[in-house]
Design a protein around this ligand. Structure first.
Ligand SMILES: N[C@@H]1[C@@H](O)[C@H](O)[C@@H](COP(=O)(O)O)O[C@@H]1O
Length: 261
């Protein structure tokens, strides 16, 4: 696992957007796994700016969703499908033909989950999976004690996650669904490159547990330690509880530039 400490969120967004641009230059139809929440927005803004300036062509990129609320109509502005259409597909000039995600409105949710896992594999697998992190260490919607081998499935949100996400629902926790579909941790670990961005002091404890704690289901993001190519990008505030901060700074500063992240 590589830890990269950046001065602030826009710098993290730029670094990761450049890695995505490099991937698209190598593989124009790369399958990009995208996350929701506020943290990845600077990535999407930086990547869209590169597309507008002609620095990268994203016209053949494919986009895969990480997780979704269950029971929220996909037309709802806060369904993750709507959020990704607004924040990722439209700014990159992509139509919904380029998009794949689980069906949060399916009558048979379990079948929809299995179908999504199959669709990801049939699409050749995710090339680069972006991740945020919850204050409790969740990735996607894999809440603490999710199996590290889990596949895409239905989960029940913790009260804390519903409180955290109420800000997207007019601050009203009652509007936040209780159930979600999320790629499992085992599913996420199949992506070729995992890139987690965490910014702000509120994520410092979760980042320390992810990077320097044991691999444990109680902190789902710690599963990144099992992946051969995982990059954790953190701003100074999110890095503030890491013990090995000098080591991380030193190794990144001395890394050959061609290696990228
Ligand atoms: N399902 C999403 C996660 O994918 C995201 O990482 C997390 C943190 O969101 P934020 O980046 O807004 O703190 O929120 C939600 O729970």
């Amino acid at each position: 696992m590589e830890v990269v400490i950046v001065p602030d969120a826009p710098a993290g967004g730029e670094l990761i957007a450049e890695a995505m641009a490099q991937l698209l230059r190598r593989k124009p139809d790369a399958l990009l796994g995208v996350a929701t929440g506020s943290t990845p927005l600077p990535i999407y803004q930086a990547l869209a700016a590169k597309v507008r300036s002609g620095a990268v062509d994203a016209s053949r990129a494919r986009i895969a969703q990480l997780d979704e609320y269950v029971g929220l109509p996909s037309s709802h502005p806060e369904s993750y499908r709507s959020v990704l259409r607004r924040e990722v597909l439209e700014p990159l000039g992509l139509s919904m033909d380029a998009f794949m995600g689980p069906d949060g409105e399916a009558e048979d949710v379990q079948a929809a989950c299995a179908a999504y896992d199959r669709a990801l594999a049939e699409a050749g697998g995710v090339d680069l999976q972006l991740l945020g992190i919850g204050t409790d260490g969740h990735i996607g919607f894999n809440e603490p004690c999710s199996s590290l081998a889990s596949r895409t499935r239905i989960k029940t949100l913790t009260e804390q996650t519903r409180i955290d996400n109420a800000r997207f629902f007019e601050g009203d926790i009652d509007q936040v669904p209780h159930h979600v579909i999320t790629q499992g941790i085992g599913t996420i670990l199949e992506a070729r490159h995992l890139v987690l961005l965490a910014t702000g002091e509120g994520k410092a404890d979760a980042v320390a547990a992810t990077v320097e704690g044991p691999v444990a289901a109680v902190c789902p993001a710690s599963a990144l330690q099992l992946h051969p190519h995982a990059t954790v990008v953190v701003d100074e505030a999110a890095a503030s509880k890491l013990k090995l901060v000098d080591y991380f700074r030193h190794t990144y500063a001395n890394k050959p530039e061609w290696q990228g992240i």
